[in-house]
Design a protein around this ligand. Structure first.
Ligand code: NAD
Length: 491
């Protein structure tokens, strides 16, 4: 049976893009599935001078197409209320407090509170402090803080932000959203590894040659140019999403599948990630910036991007873990904008058999291929394992064949959106799929070295064309190790 969650949500930044596009539709899906029933309320707040009726209309618009009837949407919207104010104004918080208490009483929410900060991170610290000093914390239920990325710009700013947040909330009350952790196949990494002897027993440097992670985007910066230019691919994708994926791939088996046990292992993995010197960073990381394609602009000529910007729209890198399991196994990563296609995949390349017994007698050209386990994260969800098998026929040739599994269309429909899953987890108090402070801190320490190096060296930009898989140097990064990307464009 579906368990009803009981809570009052307060959305800061309630009129913003993220709230409308993701948060309200996700809450609505939880409502339709019965995870939210009667005993929940949503207080929206932002600078925009809206009335509650306007807010309800915006919420209904954001869920339009999902509802079974107008009455259903109306009933859902009846749980929403709006208070306009500036979060930097302390008086704001007493108005919020009254509204939250009113909703709590009306919907019998037992003092359970989720504060969701869907606005610019420079406000996070101040909001958290005011939530405490102005008495918004309830003393009879839970109090949880959900925050959006980016979590700082480097280790120092992230630490400062964390200090501000933890003066009001404990670590176990802070839910740092990384929506990649809400994706079905990222969660499946643990199931694949720890649910299968044939996978986990080979999951080490004895059998794995290298691991490749690709987060490829086909779009450019679109409307987010001014934000993106202050961030870049390294901060926007590597520090958070890629580091989270890598820690799940590299971690040891947790004692149990609980948030506390998983976090311990992820942190241990990130602690053993080799933090490069500047010289090592220069040889192990590559950056890129897209040029104009057939139709578009050079990144530097996009609206909102400062002239001559050296911001990177592409990163590739080689990461190494200094631990018993992974010593000597490179983890190659790449991510970028305006690449050939939009997809996320992980390729785990196994070592070839030490001896190819088929090579000598048959004098065949077809050498054995390495087994590759590919985890397809998006757009399709599934995985495939290539194994060598005998080609049908008289002779004895081998060829790689695929053992694969993909979610069918029906199951894909059942898969919750990352935000839906993560909001539910936050109400349940389950932080398995959120980034802990220690993970964030280690990830920044790794990334900061590369960022500092890039801040002082002038790159040769632009250096890749839209529709490719990035600059040539990304391929060379693997070629110099005698390897190549598993996913490559046909020439
Ligand atoms: P947005 O600019 O669309 O919305 C910002 C909201 O904050 C608005 O409701 C605005 O009224 C409110 N606001 C701004 N200043 C205020 C003030 N002084 N007092 C009260 N309210 C104020 O931003 P967004 O795209 O919804 O993003 C919100 C957060 O989510 C950001 O941290 C962003 O980095 C993060 N994020 C957004 C997306 C996305 O797809 N939009 C994706 C990932 C992360």
């Amino acid at each position: 049976m579906t368990k009803e969650n009981i809570a009052i949500f307060t959305f800061f930044g309630a009129t913003g893009d993220l709230a409308k596009r993701k948060l309200y539709p996700s809450l609505f899906k939880l409502y339709q599935k019965g995870y939210l029933k009667e005993r929940f309320g949503v207080l929206g707040t932002s600078r925009a001078d809206w009335s509650t009726d306007q807010f309800k209309d915006a919420v209904k618009e954001s869920i339009s197409g999902l509802e079974n009837s107008a009455a259903e949407a109306e009933k859902f919207a009846s749980h929403f209320e709006y208070v306009a104010h500036d979060v930097t104004d302390q008086a704001h918080y007493s108005a919020l407090n009254d509204a939250i208490k009113g909703l709590d009483e009306k919907f019998e929410a037992q003092g359970n509170r989720v504060f969701y900060l869907s606005m610019a991170p420079n406000f996070f610290g101040e909001i958290a402090l005011n939530i405490k000093s102005q008495g918004l914390i309830s003393d009879n239920g839970y109090n949880r803080l959900v925050i959006e990325k980016p979590f700082g710009r480097d280790y120092e700013s992230a630490k400062k932000l964390n200090d501000e947040l933890t003066s009001t909330f404990n670590e176990d009350q802070i839910f740092r959203i990384d929506h990649y952790l809400g994706k079905e196949m990222i969660q499946n990494i643990e199931a694949l590894r720890f649910g299968n002897t044939i996978i986990e027993s080979l999951w080490n440097n004895r059998y794995i040659d290298n691991v490749q992670i690709t987060l490829s985007e086909s779009l450019g910066v679109e409307e987010r140019a001014s934000y993106y230019d202050t961030s870049g691919a390294l901060r926007d994708m590597v520090q958070n999403h890629i580091m989270q994926i890598i820690s799940q791939l590299a971690m040891e088996q947790p004692v149990a599948f609980t948030d506390a046990d998983v976090r311990v292992e992820k942190v241990k993995a990130l602690r053993s990630l080799r933090v490069y010197s500047a010289v090592e960073a220069a040889s192990n990381f590559v950056r890129g910036q897209y040029s104009a394609g057939e139709t578009g602009n050079d990144y530097r000529d996009e609206d909102g991007v400062p002239e001559g910007s050296n911001n990177e729209t592409f990163v590739a890198g080689k990461l190494l873990f200094d631990n018993y399991r992974w010593s000597g196994v490179p983890f190659y990563i790449r991510t970028g904008k305006k690449l050939a296609d939009k997809f996320t995949r992980i390729d785990v390349v196994f070592k070839k058999p030490l001896i190819d017994i088929f090579a000598f007698p048959q004098q065949s050209d077809a050498a054995l291929s390495a087994n590759v386990l590919t985890i397809y994260v998006e757009p399709k969800s599934g995985f495939a394992l290539t194994v060598n098998a005998k080609s049908a026929g008289q002779g004895f040739e081998t060829e790689p064949v695929n053992l694969d599994f993909f979610q069918d269309a029906e199951s894909e429909k059942e898969v919750p959106e990352p935000y839906e899953r993560l909001m539910h987890d936050a109400m349940e108090g389950n932080s398995t799929n959120f980034a802990s402070w220690s993970e964030v801190a280690y990830a920044w320490k790794f990334v900061d070295v590369i960022r500092r190096l890039w801040n002082i060296e002038d790159p040769q930009f632009p250096n890749y064309r839209p529709g490719t898989m990035g600059p040539k140097a990304s391929d060379e990064l693997l070629e110099r190790d005698g390897r190549s990307w598993v996913y490559k464009l046909e020439k």
